[in-house]
Design a protein around this ligand. Structure first.
Ligand code: FES
Length: 498
């Protein structure tokens, strides 16, 4: 089944109630992924009263569509970071990330969370010389990271590279669920199926409107992967991307141990194994594209399967899924107060490094709220403006958004072929001069919505692999009933009455 990640399939049975009353807390945390749950844990430990407000189910959003890999480097590698920052800063970034991985390990041990955590190497390699991994290794050593040569036998041939010893892997959903179980109770309430529809600033703090009641809080933390609402200072410097994953059984029955990042003809594919309940799988991740801009999402998955088949001889693909990430223009996440005096804090721009950065942001945001000094706070400061570091990417991302708007409104859809939409598929069509997002159910009924994204008015596109309406501008995704799946929009797509 598509969009059923391997982590969702190997999770605990866990549920929390919906909010159905008004509530007052010290800190309201919007979002129950690794960022939200870890932040709640740390704030509770410091004596604060917190509530997690999760629109769907704890841990089952982006966190459970990740790789489950934990590492000190970043997905961009270190050389691009060094082109923007000096070696002390890059060293600090990897130390910050290492500290987050160590925190997860200690938390797993402290609470005996059964989440298959283990230490193992990250292998970095390529088949051509496009990445210049020799230079990358020098950057690693300069940043204080240990490296090692690759040793035989290696699971793929014809490559060169090196490894980072002592990185880590786990099942991210079991970890989040385990931690949620530990923290729920006194001073920590967790609510599922409780969607925040607005955040109002008041003289003393905030009032959050939700589907189940109002929450009054002194502080708000947006642990939603990307800030909700119109937050142009972030949405203009974050590029939303979607990437795909599969978990497969191999004909050989031999599964490689480690985190493998390989560049084949310049394209990155990541793979790892996972074993639970006597079953083993190979996970393979890759084929990214900007959200809402793939011509055919299914093709991306098929290319990923073809890659895995060629390299590993697959017996059966068991799970397929997609995951979202937001790439920051200056390559660093945004963590901390939204503006210098604000009591609204954010954590975003994690790229594909969110399990580690999400944990780090929980540590930093907790320190900010409780008045403790944190050595990494200034580096990732959310209210920073870094035009020199971000300029090229900033222009690129915004040109992309502008181009998308023009493309949406001028060149698409004079197509009115409702009857040609097959069951289970969808299309944006033009009706009465308006763009309408039409989905045809498997039973043949139509669901029609305005195709105008409720965030800032771009036109959504159909994602045929995950059956969702995806906005190309800032990455909001809506399900076939028009409800927000993820991204910055608060409101569902506007339904068109039949
Ligand atoms: Fe911003 Fe759609 S996500 S316009």
């Amino acid at each position: 089944m598509f969009t059923n990640s391997i982590w969702n399939a190997h999770a605990a049975n866990q549920s929390f109630s919906e909010l159905n009353e008004d509530l007052t807390v010290d800190v309201a945390i919007v979002g129950g992924g690794i960022t939200g749950v870890t932040t709640a844990f740390l704030l509770k430990e410091r004596g604060m009263k917190v509530a997690i407000l999760e629109a769907r189910e704890i841990g089952r959003g982006t966190s459970s569509h990740s790789t489950g890999n934990l590492y000190a480097i970043t997905d961009n590698l270190l050389e691009p970071l060094r082109s923007k920052y000096d070696k002390e800063v890059v060293g600090k970034i990897v130390r910050a990330r290492e500290s987050a991985v160590n925190f997860i390990e200690q938390t797993v041990q402290r609470f005996q969370i059964e989440c298959d955590f283990k230490r193992l190497p990250l292998y970095l390699f390529e088949d051509k010389n496009e990445k210049d991994l020799g230079a990358e290794r020098k950057r690693a050593e300069e940043a204080g990271l240990g490296t090692a040569d690759l040793t035989e036998p290696f699971p793929v041939s014809g490559i060169k590279g090196f490894s980072y010893p002592d990185q880590a892997q786990f099942n991210p959903l079991l970890y989040i669920q385990g931690l949620a179980k530990v923290i729920e109770g006194e001073n920590c309430s967790i609510y599922e199926n409780t969607r925040v529809s607005d955040i109002d600033k008041t003289d003393n703090g905030f009032i959050l409107k939700t589907t189940g009641g109002r929450v009054t809080a002194k502080y708000v933390i947006q642990a939603t992967h990307t800030p909700k609402g119109v937050e142009l200072q972030y949405h203009t410097v974050l590029g939303p991307y979607r990437e795909y994953g599969i978990a497969a059984k191999l004909q050989s029955g031999t599964y490689p141990e480690g985190i493998f990042w390989g560049y084949f003809n310049g394209d990155k594919f990541s793979f790892r194994s996972y074993s639970r309940g006597g079953e083993q799988y190979l996970l393979c991740i890759g084929r990214p594209h900007k959200v809402g801009q793939a011509k055919d999402n299914k093709e991306h998955i098929q290319e990923l399967i073809s890659f895995a088949e060629e390299k590993f001889k697959i017996k059966e693909v068991v799970y397929k899924w997609g995951g979202q990430n937001y790439k920051p223009a200056d390559l660093l996440p945004y963590i901390g107060r939204k503006t210098s005096n604000s009591n609204e804090l954010i954590a975003t721009g994690f790229s594909t490094d969110g399990l580690t950065y999400g944990t780090l942001s929980a540590i930093i945001n907790t320190d900010i709220i409780t008045g403790r000094k944190n050595e990494y706070e200034a580096l990732f400061k959310a209210s920073r403006h870094n035009p020199a570091k971000a300029s090229k990417e900033f222009i690129k991302e915004n040109f992309d958004v502008a181009a998308q708007l023009v493309k949406d409104w001028l060149s698409r859809g004079s197509d009115e072929q409702l009857k040609n939409i097959p069951p289970g598929e969808a299309q944006v069509v033009k009706i009465d001069n308006k763009k309408v997002a039409v989905y045809r159910t498997n039973g043949g009924e139509f669901r029609a919505f305005s195709a105008v994204c409720t965030h800032m008015g771009c036109i959504v596109n159909w994602n045929n692999a995950e059956k969702s309406w995806d906005c190309p501008c800032h990455g909001t995704r809506f399900d076939v009933e028009g409800e927000v799946l993820e991204g910055p929009a608060f409101d569902p797509l506007q339904r068109i009455q039949e």
